[in-house]
Design a protein around this ligand. Sequence first.
Ligand code: NAD
Length: 438
Amino acid sequence: MAAKAAFPAWRDIPAAERKTRLHAVADLIEANSEEIALLEVLDTGQTIKFMSKAAERAADNFRFFADRAESAQDGLALPTDGHLNYTMRQPIGPVGIITPWNTPFMLSTWKIAPALAAGCTVVHKPAEWSPITAIRLAELIHEAGIPPGVVNVVNGMGEVAGKALTEHPDIKAIGFVGDSETGKAIMRQGSDTLKRVHFELGGKNPVVVFADSDLERALDAVLFMIYSLNGERCTSSSRLLVERGIYDDFIARLVERVRNLKVGDPFDKLTDIGPLIHPTHLEKVMRYVTVGCEEGATLAAGGNRPEGLGDGNYFEPTLFAAATGDMRIAQEEVFGPFLTALPFDSEDEALALANNTKYGLAAYLWTGDVRRAHTFSQRLDAGMIWVNSQNVRYLPTPFGGMKSSGIGRDGGDYSFDFYMETKNIDVALGDHRIPKLG
Ligand code: NAD
């Protein structure tokens, strides 16, 4: 296998050299950013408005981890009486990276860059619905002088190509981003080879808006975090919890703004929402409109395919109001431009609603009360919490979820903990007592 054969040489080249080559990848991504953005729009239906920055973010991922390649092996010094313990990290070996179809280019760099910086070789299995930019990324990686076999792409169906990767004895770890159910299957598939797994899975992320917050900014963030990227975003704030005193007014303002969103040609710079990725996904999102109506929530905006856009997978930005926490539209990940809003009366009720889901990826909190900002955040079951903020990523911070939203964290040194083995070395500094046997 190419990744196995390439591993010893890639592991053993000086980390400074890995750093240089990863920066060369970033340079090439930047030089080709326009083409990458267009390919991503073509492949996924994401709008150019949001994809124009995809390559820039991908290049940032490579630069960030390139700069850490030299320190990735650093560990701890743990001296004790008569012994010096120290730890160091070594790359785990060839790894499999399995990615989903939403923002596939940026997302795959987020996994591949730290693996390469750590000294691992990679087999990447992109999603079958979005295979194009993975190939382009591999071409740029090779053009940047990363040796053959260090990064390999295997296209194919998850249940075939993905499964084979998770079962392969030479693959030491699987970094997976995708659906929670697929994560469970991968854990089963990898059990015979005791595969190390890292899962970034689904979410049903709450955004909690208290009456004392800056409501105009909260409204902007609510709209952005569910209707950008076609709502096909793991960290989208798909459950809106609003304090009852401001609920009616907030929803009315939200409805007005939702109706202003422009659905259409993803290559048009003014378009907010492009076609969803695939007819099957469109059907799934539309089924939730039926579910929401049957459950008795109020369809406050959208819910249909827009008129005049032909047969594309277009779908109106949709808002259900007056939902309750146990409804399926408040529990299940829709993964489209689909928002479910619920009122709450007290801080305790808001917390119970926010945590009442099997997921725990991200949460967003809007309040003007500093004490509440901290106490409420500390009680939220989510791996990432943003207070008075949309999802602003800072690469050293841990990225990942609790409960059914994942296992492990990415970002900064957290990524190296996954792609590397930590080794402890104990050196005796004197003649400590060794029991004499035999
Ligand atoms: P998916 O789980 O259907 O597919 C993801 C990848 O897994 C694809 O490459 C697919 O081919 C592969 N796969 C499918 N079955 C497999 C199997 N049995 N063995 C090995 N590989 C297999 O997910 P999707 O529909 O492509 O993406 C949407 C999901 O991804 C959503 O749930 C979303 O929340 C999640 N997601 C999570 C994050 C995060 O960081 N937490 C980020 C983006 C997307």
